[in-house]
Write a protein that binds this ligand. Structure first.
Ligand code: 8X3
Length: 251
């Protein structure tokens, strides 16, 4: 029988989300992709549908707007969702807490905490029907704070803790919950954090080999492919050259 289930990935227009879309389409997952940059999603849809013969549904959604998230879930309410990759997130700036712009802190809270929470809450009824799997993308910064990390680190600690709480709340439903916590991954993350300052962004990943988005996506694909009785609950995945949030062996 044709696979009727869909994997919902947030933040699939770039980075880890996009790499997950590719890796999971390769493994035969149909995809539902909501993001602000719909043109990027359209390109991905064309490529993945052709290459892997899966169905890819794309939606223009600003996750910073809770009403847009609600309308999006109304639109997809007839679909069977068996995987949620709750990945969308960002950091903005690296100033000290008191010197940070409120707009930056607020946007990080809107996406990393509020949108993350709303998406999880609206996806869970679908996942309970399909004995599905939630993969939350947190970070090394969810267990280690660093200078200039304040709200970003706090938001990732939130993802870590709510992942555990959801594991407990969902125990007995058959729904699995995984928290994937990456160290430094070479993506748009640093360019977004430093607001397009290429020199600052490039310096984050210089002098060592960081992780690549594909490394995280392959780990997520492996996690999803485990038998139903196996819940990989927390995976900290670091570049070999990075031993803590701030300790990196750079040449
Ligand atoms: C992304 C990497 O350096 O902010 O979470 O922990 S870092």
């Amino acid at each position: 029988m044709k696979n009727e289930n869909y994997t919902l990935i947030t933040g699939a227009s770039s980075g880890i989300g996009e790499a997950c879309a590719i890796a999971l389409a390769r493994d035969g997952h149909n995809l539902i992709l909501p993001a602000r940059r719909k043109e990027k999603l359209e390109d991905l849809k064309t490529k993945l549908e052709k290459e892997y013969n899966v169905a890819v549904l794309v939606y223009k959604v600003d996750l910073g707007n809770i009403e847009e998230i609600e309308s999006f879930f109304n639109e997809i309410k007839g679909q069977k969702i068996n995987v949620l990759i709750n990945n969308a997130g960002l950091a903005l700036g690296k100033a000290s807490f008191e010197d940070s712009e409120w707009e930056d802190l607020n946007r990080v809270i809107d996406i990393n905490i509020k949108a993350f929470t709303k998406v999880a809450q609206l996806a869970i009824p679908h996942l309970k029907e399909t004995n599905g799997h939630i993969v939350n993308v947190s970070s090394i910064s969810g267990i280690e704070a660093y200078e200039g990390g304040s709200v970003y680190c706090g938001s990732k600690a939130y993802v870590k803790m709510i992942s555990k709480a959801l594991r407990i709340d969902l125990m007995g439903t058959g729904v699995r919950v995984t928290d994937i916590a990456p160290g430094l991954v070479d993506t748009e993350f640093a360019t977004v954090r430093f607001k397009g300052d290429k020199t600052k962004a490039d310096s984050v990943y210089e002098g060592f080999t960081p992780l690549f988005a594909k490394d995280i996506a392959d780990t997520i694909a492996f996690t999803l492919s485990r038998p139903k009785n196996v819940n990989l609950e927390y995976i900290l995945i670091m570049p070999t050259a990075q031993a803590s949030a701030t300790r990196i062996a750079k040449s």
